[in-house]
Design a protein around this ligand. Structure first.
Ligand code: AOS
Ligand code: ZN
Ligand code: ZN
Length: 427
C-alpha cells in the first residue's frame, strides 16, 4: 500500500485553519521569549529516526505472541511499511536492518525500493544472541567472549558479513549488542570474558570501512541474569576507547538499572565525544521496550536537553548521531506505536530546544536551583505540538499522522493485502 501525496494534502486541508491559529499564537508567545521559531521548525524537519526492520510486527514476550494481522512477511514489505510511516510523518526516513533476520538477497533492488520511499539505510545490526538454522557452533555460552576460539571466530566472521551487507546498501555503521554473559556466579571468568570480547571486537573494528562507525551497545542483564560482559556505559566506553575513534557508545533507554540518571550518562558521553547512537523506547521496570514517552516523558525531555547540547557541538546537525526506535509491540498496532514514538521524540526535542540556555547557565553558575528548575519546566510545560505539526506540514507530512493512518484504514488494508495471519520475520 502506498499513501499518495494527495491523500495527505486533502487530510491537511481539513485541519489547516485550526493548526494555523494555534501555530501563530505559539509563534508570537515564543518570539516574546526570544525564540527563533523558524530555526526550531527547520531543526525538527531535519530530524530523522530510523525504524528497525524487526519492529514492524508484533514482538510478543516469552509468554507468547499475539500476531496482529497484515504484518510484513518480507524485507520488501517491511520497507513498504516504513514507507507508509515516512509518508505520514516525514520523520522516519531510515531503516536499520537486522542480519540474518532480513538479509537483502538483491541489494541493488532493495536499495532502489527504499530510495523510492525516501528511505536510507542506517546502522546494520548483527546477531550473535541466537543460533540460526544450520549454524555450525552454538552461542549458548557466548559469542565474542566464548571460551572456544572457534566460536569467537565464527561470531567475528558474522559481524564482518553484516558489514558487507551494509556496504552494499550504503549503510555507514555497524551496531552491536551482545547478550554474552553468565547466569550464575563462578560460571564465567569475568576478566577473561572481557579480554576475549575486546580481542574479538578489535578484529571486527579492523574490518570497518572508511567513514564507518562501530556502535557498541550495553545492557545490565537479560538474557543473562548474573553478569553481562558489556553491562554498562562505562564498560562500553572502555572498550570503545581501546578500539579507536570509529567506536562509540550506543545508549538504549531501557538498558539501565532502575532510577539510573541516564541524562547524566548522555552528558558525559557527549563531553567525551563518545556518544554514537541512541535506541529510543520507554520502560517502567527493565528493558520493557514500550512506546517512547509513554511512561517517563520528563526524563526524555531531560535527555534531550543534553542531546541539544551534543547537536550544537556537532554544528547543529542532528543526524550526527544514529537515532533509532528500539521497541517491541505487544498490545498496540506496531505502526501506530511507531508513529506515537516518533511524535514523542520530536516533542521532547522541540521542548528541549525551547530551554533558555543562557539563563540556565547563569542560574547554574549562581547555584540557583529554584530558577534552574523553573527554566527547565517552563520549556517542558509548553505545548509544542503546533511546532511539530508545522514541521510536518512543511515537510509534506500529515498534520496528524495517526489520525490519517486510522482514517485511511491502513491496517485493515494491509490485512486485506497480506492476510490476517501473516507474521513478520524476525524475533
Ligand atoms: C536488546 O535488548 C537490544 O536492545 C538490541 O538493541 C535489540 O533490541 C536487538 O539487538 C534486536 O536486534
Ligand atoms: Zn537496543
Ligand atoms: Zn533492549
Amino acid at each position: 500500500m502506498i499513501i499518495e501525496k494527495e491523500a495527505v494534502e486533502s487530510f491537511n486541508r481539513k485541519y489547516r485553519a485550526k493548526h494555523e491559529r494555534q501555530f501563530s499564537w505559539l509563534k508570537e508567545e515564543l518570539s516574546e521569549q526570544g525564540v527563533d521559531t523558524e530555526a526550531l521548525v527547520a531543526q525538527l524537519q531535519a530530524f530523522q529516526v530510523a525504524i528497525p526492520s524487526w519492529a514492524l510486527g508484533t514482538g510478543g514476550t516469552r509468554f507468547g505472541r499475539f500476531a496482529g494481522g497484515g504484518e510484513p512477511g518480507s524485507l520488501e514489505q517491511k520497507i513498504e511499511d516504513i514507507g507508509l510511516l515516512h509518508a505520514l510523518n516525514k520523520s522516519s526516513g531510515a531503516i536499520s536492518l537486522h542480519i540474518p533476520w532480513d538479509i537483502p538477497e538483491d541489494p541493488a533492488h532493495i536499495k532502489k525500493l527504499a530510495e523510492s520511499h525516501g528511505i536510507r539505510f542506517d546502522a546494520v545490526n548483527s546477531n550473535t544472541f541466537q543460533d540460526q538454522k544450520g549454524q555450525q557452533l552454538s552461542y549458548k555460552f557466548g559469542s565474542l567472549c566464548h571460551t572456544d576460539a572457534a566460536v569467537r571466530k565464527q561470531a567475528v566472521a558474522h559481524n564482518i558479513e553484516v558489514i558487507r551487507h551494509g556496504m552494499a546498501l550504503g549503510s555507514k555503521s555497524l551496531s552491536l549488542w551482545l547478550s554474552d554473559g553468565s547466569c550464575f556466579p563462578g560460571q564465567q571468568n569475568l576478566a577473561r570474558a572481557f579480554n576475549y570480547t575486546l580481542e574479538s571486537l578489535r578484529e571486527i573494528y579492523e574490518a570497518l570501512p572508511e567513514g564507518w562507525q562501530f556502535l557498541v551497545e550495553y545492557k545490565p542483564y537479560e538474557p543473562n541474569f548474573y553478569s553481562t560482559v558489556i553491562q554498562d556505559w562505562g564498560t562500553s566506553h572502555l572498550l570503545c576507547s581501546k578500539l579507536g575513534e570509529k567506536a562509540n557508545v550506543l545508549v538504549d533507554l531501557g538498558h539501565h538499572l532502575p532510577n539510573t540518571n541516564i541524562e547524566q550518562i548522555v552528558a558525559i558521553l557527549i563531553n567525551e565525544k563518545r556518544l554514537g547512537g541512541f535506541h529510543f523506547n520507554d520502560s517502567k521496570y527493565g528493558d520493557d521496550d514500550l512506546t517512547v514517552g509513554s511512561i517517563r516523558p520528563y526524563m526524555l525531555f531531560l535527555i534531550f536537553n543534553e542531546l541539544v547540547e551534543g547537536i550544537r557541538q556537532s554544528g547543529g546537525d542532528s543526524n550526527a548521531y544514529a537515532w533509532m526506535i528500539d521497541a517491541s509491540h505487544n498490545v498496540k498496532d506496531p505502526l501506530e506505536d511507531l508513529l506515537q514514538s516518533v511524535e514523542a521524540i520530536l516533542l521532547a526535542y522541540a521542548q528541549a530546544m525551547l530551554i533558555n540556555r543562557e539563563s540556565l547557565d547563569n542560574a547554574q553558575l549562581a547555584n540557583d536551583a529554584g530558577r534552574a528548575q523553573q527554566i527547565l519546566q517552563q520549556a517542558f510545560r509548553t505545548d509544542v505540538r503546533p511546532l511539530v505539526k508545522e514541521a510536518m506540514l512543511r515537510s509534506g507530512a500529515a498534520l496528524d499522522p495517526l489520525g490519517l493512518f486510522r482514517e485511511l484504514k491502513v491496517r485493515e488494508r494491509l490485512i486485506e493485502e497480506r492476510g490476517a495471519s501473516s507474521q513478520a520475520t524476525g524475533l
